[in-house]
Design a protein around this ligand. Structure first.
Ligand SMILES: Nc1nc2c(ncn2[C@@H]2O[C@H](COP(=O)(O)OP(=O)(O)OP(=O)(O)O)[C@@H](O)[C@H]2O)c(=O)[nH]1
Ligand SMILES: [Mg+2]
Length: 279
């Protein structure tokens, strides 16, 4: 299965982002800490050039802190732009407003001074960008203190755009999650599919589950064994079968229900039930 998802609404969204970026002072680039490098979108990388960039490693509660700290230490993200910073965040938890505004204030310090010198009461405007399902709308709602933006644990929830005032002197714009037309790297594409950034409906769930089993065993041995009380060795489809039997997902006649096992596997991974994982 070749994975690529770039529907029409993303072409439109990217076009609108390119037009809107001219009006913004900073970019808030939301990455999924379960697959931080796979959540970089080359189109958004380009868009963020020449702007202060605040990278947010979101969903840190579900991610492998050791790997994330290593990434922070190596400054892999920070080095991408001359004026940028990186923070870890759980966008569903309280306290995000203070952290994010402190970072934006530092990143946009020269602009804020210029506003003050001119006696202007202008807002610092920041655009929130990122791949689908990375938690942009959840973050925006958290910053607003109100559920202004629609959220959901699937790809492609946000479609329109709206500027919202947060804190004292900031405005933020939630935007639709975007991928890119030439998603050639299938190792990246699979990670995006695992974390729910690609519409599940266009994917063969059993094939994806087998890929996931094969990948996860290499990086987190025993995560599957511990969760499902199975021997996780063997061909990936055999492991999927063992998950089905262990969960009693059976069809009439006692055959394993691969579909239910695949759905349960991704549900568990996405809820953090396989442990804290970063791919
Ligand atoms: N555990 C955890 N879940 C989160 C976090 N941030 C967001 N979520 C969940 O992730 C799912 C997606 O969140 P959204 O805010 O809709 O994501 P989005 O980036 O706006 O998605 P699109 O609009 O499709 O691009 C929701 O179920 C959120 O509750 C986080 O830090 N930790
Ligand atoms: Mg959204």
């Amino acid at each position: 299965m070749k994975i690529n998802w770039f529907p029409g609404h993303m072409t439109k969204a990217l076009r609108e982002l390119k037009a809107e970026v001219k009006n913004v002072d900073a970019i808030i680039y939301v990455l999924d800490a379960r697959a931080p490098l796979a959540s970089l979108n080359p189109e958004l990388d380009k868009l963020a050039e020449n702007r202060p960039v605040l990278f947010i490693l979101n969903k840190i509660d579900l991610a492998d802190k050791v790997k994330i700290d290593k990434l922070l230490q190596e400054e892999v993200l920070k080095k991408k732009y001359s004026n940028s910073s990186v923070i870890k965040l759980n966008a569903t938890a309280s306290g995000a407003l203070k952290t994010v505004l402190a970072e934006l204030t530092t990143l946009c310090a020269s602009k804020i001074i210029r506003f003050k010198q001119k006696g202007l009461n202008s807002y610092i405007r920041a655009m929130v960008v990122g791949i689908p399902n990375s938690g942009k709308s959840t973050l925006v709602n958290n910053l607003c203190g109100r559920a202004k933006a629609l959220t959901g644990n699937r790809a492609g929830v946000t479609r329109g755009k709206q500027w919202l005032t947060v804190g004292n002197g900031f405005q933020i714009l939630d935007t639709p999650g975007t991928l890119y037309p030439n998603l050639e790297n299938q190792s990246v594409a699979k990670k995006l599919a695992y974390i729910g950034s690609i519409n599940d409906e266009i994917l063969d769930k059993n094939e994806l589950a087998c890929d996931f089993i094969s990948d996860i065993r290499k990086v987190y041995p025993n995560a599957l064994a511990n969760r499902y009380k199975i021997d996780e060795s063997g061909e990936p489809y055999e492991v999927l079968e063992k998950i089905a039997f262990s969960r009693k997902f059976l069809l009439k006649g006692g055959e394993p229900d691969y579909d239910r096992a695949s759905i349960a596997l991704f549900d568990d991974f996405r809820k953090g039930k396989l442990g804290e994982i970063t791919l």
